[in-house]
Ligand binder design. Sequence first.
Ligand code: K7E
Ligand code: CUA
Length: 669
Amino acid sequence: MKHSFLKSITALTLIAVGLVWLQGCKPKGSQSAVSGNAAAKVYVAPGKYDEFYNFVSGGFSGQMSVYGLPSGRLFRVIPVFSVDPEKGYGYSEETKAMLNTSHGFVPWDDLHHIALSETDGVHDGRWVFGNGNNTPRIARIDLKTFRTAEIIEIPNSAGNHSSPFITENSEYVVAGTRFSVPIGDNQDVPINTYKQNFKGTVSFIGVDKTSGNMNIAFQILTPGINFDLARAGKGKSHGWMFFSCYNTEKANTLLEVNASQKDKDFIMAVNWKKAEEYAKAGKGVKKAVKYAHNLYDESKHMATSTIENEVLVLDPKDCPDMIYFMPCPKSPHGCDTDPTGEYIVGSGKLAAVIPVFSFTKIQAAIAAKNFDGDYDGIPVLKYDAVLHGEVQKPGLGPLHTEFDANGNAYTSFFVSSEIVKWNIKDLKVIDRVPTYYSIGHLCVPGGPTKKPWGKYVIAYNKITKDRYLPTGPELTQSAQLYDISGEKMKLLLDFPTIGEPHYAEAIPAELIMKNSQKIYKIEDNKNPYVTMGDNNARVERKGNEIHVYMTAIRSHFTPDNIEGVKLGETVYFHVTNMEQDWDVPHGFAVKGANNAELLIMPGETQTLKWVPEKTGVYPIYCTDFCSALHQEMQGYIRVSAPGANVPLTFSTGKTAPVVTEKKDTAKTK
Ligand code: K7E
Ligand code: CUA
C-alpha cells in the first residue's frame, strides 16, 4: 500500500516538475533582439521576387502554406488534407475523391512534415510531400501547379508522424507509425495486452521517377514502440534510413511518465537496400488490408479513389541484417543526417546532451557484431561503439537539427527556447540565439540535403504570446528568420503562419518558378463534363438529375438563365472556364447551396452539386473579380414545383418570348 502510494506521489511530482520544465521559459531581451540593418536584409522591393520558396506545414490546419524568403510574405495555402471552400477543394465533385480513405470521406488531417523531392541528394523542385498524422496518409503536391496530385493511405499505421522523409533520389518516402496498434485479423483486444498484441510498422512508399506516382513497396513489422521522426542516409549512408523511437517501455497509459523511464530509447537503422532485396526474393508476406489511393488526373481535372487490398510485409525475423537499434538518450524526437551522410544526430527531448552517431562506426559495429543484446530479437548496437560524440550542455529540450554547407549544425531547443549552432566534427557550441517562443522545427534552405544553400535559418515557434497584436484567446503561431551567413546568427524578421507550423523546407525560387504552369490547355481538357465552347453549352435532364454544361468567359456564363428545374431534382453545374490567359480564374456560387464555391482555373472544368430545397429563382454569380464587368457575371436558375408545367429551357443573351403572368402584368401596367 505505502509503497504504491509513494510511487504515485513520485509519479505526480515528476509530472508537476516535468510540466513546469517542459513548458519552457521566456528568453530575455525579446524586444531589442533585432540588429540595425535587419529591415534592409528582408526587404523585397515591390515587383521584385523573393530568393526562396518556403513550404511550411500547417499542422492541424491540414494544409501546406507557401511563403517567400526573406520577406516572409504568404503566397498560397495549398489544400492537402482539409477541405477548402475558398478553392472548392473537397467540395467540387471532381476533388471529393482526394479525401477518400478506408474510413470514408475524411475532411481534415494534421500535416506535420514536408519533403521536397530530390535528385542525387539535392532538391529538384518537382514535388513536395506532406504527411497526414491522424488518418495515416501521404500527399504529393505537384510543384508545376501547386496542387495536391495524389494521396495514399498507409495501412497498419496510426498517427503517421515519422513521415514523409525522402531518400536521395526520391526512391522512397517513408512512413513510420507513431502509435503501435493491434495488427491482423483480431484487433478487438484489451488495451492492457499492449505488450503481447501491439506492433509497429515502417512503410516504404515507392515514387515513380517520371510521374511521381506512389505505391507502398513494402512495410517492415517492428516491435510495439512509437516512431517519431526519420531521415534518409545520403552519400556514404545512401541505402539506409534512420528512425527515432520512443516508448521502448511499451507503455499504453500515462506515457508522459511511463514512457520516460528508460535512460535510453532507440534510433532504428534500416538497411532499405537489403529490405528491397528481401522483398524481391519473396521474403515478405502479403497481408490483407484496406487503404485508399487517390489520384488527381490533370487532363480529366478529376480525382479517382481506388481501395487497395494488400500490402507486402517484411518481418525482421525472416530478414536478418535488415534493421538495428542504436541506444539514444532519452525519448529522441528529431533524427537528422548531416550533408555528408556520415553523422546522424539524435535529439532526446529529455536528454542533457546531443548524441552524434557515426555511420562508419555503425558499419564497423555491425560487421564486428558489437551488440548490446537484442530488443525483441533485433540486435542493439553498443552505444559507445557507434557514437561519434556528444554535444555537451547544448540547451534544454533539443528537438530538431538542420545543417549548413560549412560543417555546422543548428539544433532547436523547445524548453530553453533557442537555436544553438554547433560544429559537427568537434561538437563545440559556436553560438546560440533566443526564439520567441518555444521553437519546434527549424529550417535551413537545403538543410536536409547534400547541398545546403544556407544563408538563413527559420524557427517555427509554438507560442507567440506578446509578439503580435492580441486576437482573443487564440494567438497566431509564427516563424522567425535569422541570418546565418556570418559566425553569429542574427534575428531579421518575425512572420505569422497558417495553422501550426511544424516542419518546413526552403528551395531557391528559380528551381520552381521556371516550371510553373500558367493555364490548362482547353484542347487537352478530357473532363467527361467539359463544354467545348458556348455553342455546346446546354442543360440536360437524366432521370432525377439536371446536368448544366456551362462555360465561363469574361464576363458571362452560358447559359445564364435556366428554367424548368423541379424541386426534388439534383443539379450538377459543370462549369468550364474557357479562358486561356494566366491568372484569370472564374468563381461560381449559388445562393443557399449547402456547398462551397468553385474556383475554376483557365481551361479547367469543375462541378458543383446543388440540391435546391425550395421553389423560386436563385441567383448564380462569379466570385472572383475577373474583369471590369465581373459584377455583371451573373445569372438565374428557376426551380419549380414537381408538378409544374415549366419546360426545361436555358439561354444567354436571348430575349425569350415573354410569358405573360398575371402579377407581372399588374406591376408593369
Ligand atoms: Cu517536432 Cu510533429 Cu516534427 Cu512538430 S514535430 S515540432
Ligand atoms: Cu468571372 Cu468574375
